[in-house]
Design a protein around this ligand. Structure first.
Ligand SMILES: *Cc1c(COP(=O)(O)O)cnc(C)c1O
Length: 451
């Protein structure tokens, strides 16, 4: 099919996520028809470096031979069988592997099919757990300012991005919102120092817990980095302290590793960096290396055991999704975990991370960069109108989007978060490709914001 027809079908029939469709319809879209390594290929044969790993999912590159083969082999054996009343081989094998690679103590896997459902499951599991252990007043959740946990209503309830979430307020349950360590503009008054901001946020969190402990079932946190909130990096020790506070106040800690899991921060899981085992962990995005929808909500023996009983006790976890434990997705996830080992992927990361860190430190000196944040293979470059006061660009100007548009002419595909330019390439990206990516990002920022 020719490009023009594909563009016409898209604009005529497809409603895109998080997209003002009037704008979308005004310009012919890029139509991606192929992928190879770190590159996306459009219907005219142009190649774009996938700077955001197809929105934070891709791990080993596009069309990775080993994964393609695993998927093809599985489709000839079994495409799907329900988990309601049946087990399947791939789901069982993957559950064992997930227990092996996740922080010690997480030993049960509840499958679903996207990041939002993984978090919904976590919320309902924590809520019901507290009912079963006799703490029936513990029904509320602590969430963080700037948090993003997905777009279904439970996830939006524990989210903290007003731009996305405010319109749905009447549909949501109320949470207790703690401040997020958003460095220079946090509620501490903006001392400009991430560590003191982190201390302020933890003090405030502890105060909230002390006041509300007997009504709080769980706390939901994105470990190390708040993703969609703008790649906001927590100071060292923050997560560990949150774990301690949750223990002290008998609050289940839910770690949403949907974005940071599977190597993104330099370790297999972000929680490892602070030697934290959450009570519940949500996984998706990177779990299938960006191939297929799959998610897992993992928990401990303690939480699992609270749901055991005679059927008539009604302790069953009444929740499930049709494509739970899909064998195709599980086979792909297994192949991805094998590649982590055979290609020693985590061992390749320090050199790439060091390069990224160095380049971001340079970019941080550009006149309209307020801050360049980094954690492992994640970068977030915040563009501001005034570097000294950190005054933001008016959001309607969409400077971030303008930069990403210009980046296309440098052969890059990028997707910003407001005025934060996101760097989130496939972990398999080569050093040469990262250089290309950051050269293009730097040139595009300079082009749009001036010298
Ligand atoms: C993307 C994301 C989600 C939601 O995942 P979907 O698959 O888009 O529903 C949840 N939490 C975090 C941290 C995410 O980045």
């Amino acid at each position: 099919m020719d490009t023009k027809t594909l563009q016409e079908y898209d604009r005529k029939y497809v409603w895109h996520p998080f997209t003002q469709m009037r704008e979308w319809e005004a310009e012919p879209p890029l139509v991606i028809v192929g992928g190879e390594g770190s590159w996306l290929i459009d219907s005219d044969g142009n190649r774009y470096l996938d700077g955001v790993a197809s929105v934070w999912t891709n791990v080993h590159g596009h069309c990775k031979r080993e994964i393609n083969e695993a998927l093809k082999a599985q489709v000839d054996r079994l495409e799907h069988a329900t988990q309601l009343g049946l087990a399947n081989d791939q789901a069982a094998l993957l559950a064992k592997r997930l227990v092996e690679v996740t922080p010690a103590g997480l030993c049960k896997v509840f499958y679903s099919d996207n990041g939002s459902t993984a978090v919904e499951v976590a919320i309902k599991m924590a809520f019901q757990y507290q009912q079963h252990v006799g703490r029936s007043r513990k029904t509320r959740f602590i969430s963080f300012k700037n948090a993003y946990h997905g777009d279904t209503l439970g996830c939006v309830s524990v989210g903290g991005i007003d731009l996305f979430h405010e319109v749905f307020r009447p549909l949501l349950f109320s949470t207790i919102q703690a401040p997020s360590p958003y460095c220079y503009r946090c509620a501490s008054g903006g001392s400009g120092d991430s560590a003191s901001c982190g201390r302020f946020c933890l003090q405030e969190l502890e105060r909230l817990m002390a006041v509300h402990a007997d009504e709080v079932a769980g706390l939901v946190i994105e470990p190390l980095v708040q993703g969609a909130g703008g790649m906001i990096v927590q100071p060292p020790g923050f997560l560990k302290k949150v774990r301690e506070l949750c223990d002290r106040y008998e609050i289940l800690m839910i770690a949403d590793e949907v974005a940071v899991g599977f190597g993104r921060t330099g370790t297999m899981f972000a929680c490892e960096q602070e030697a934290v085992t959450p009570d519940i962990m949500a996984l998706s995005k990177g779990i299938t290396a960006g191939y297929l929808p799959l998610a897992a909500t993992m928990t401990t023996q303690k939480v699992y055991d609270a749901f055991l009983g005679d059927y008539a006790e009604l302790k069953t976890f009444f929740h499930g999704h049709t494509f739970t434990g899909n064998p195709l997705a599980c086979a792909v996830a297994l192949a991805s975990l094998e590649l982590f080992e055979s290609e020693r992927l985590l061992e390749q990361l320090p050199a790439k991370i060091a390069y990224l860190q160095g380049r971001l430190a340079e970019i941080a000196r550009l006149p309209h960069v307020g801050e360049a944040r980094q954690a492992g293979m994640i970068g977030g470059i915040e563009l501001v109108a005034n570097r000294e006061t950190k005054e933001p660009y008016p959001w309607e100007e969409r400077v971030g989007l303008q930069v990403c548009r210009v980046a296309r002419s440098h052969g890059l595909f990028l997707r910003p978060l407001g005025n934060v330019i996101v760097i989130f390439p496939p972990l398999s990206i080569t050093l040469d490709e990262i250089k290309l990516l950051l050269d293009g990002v730097e040139a595009s920022i300079t082009h749009v914001t001036g010298q």
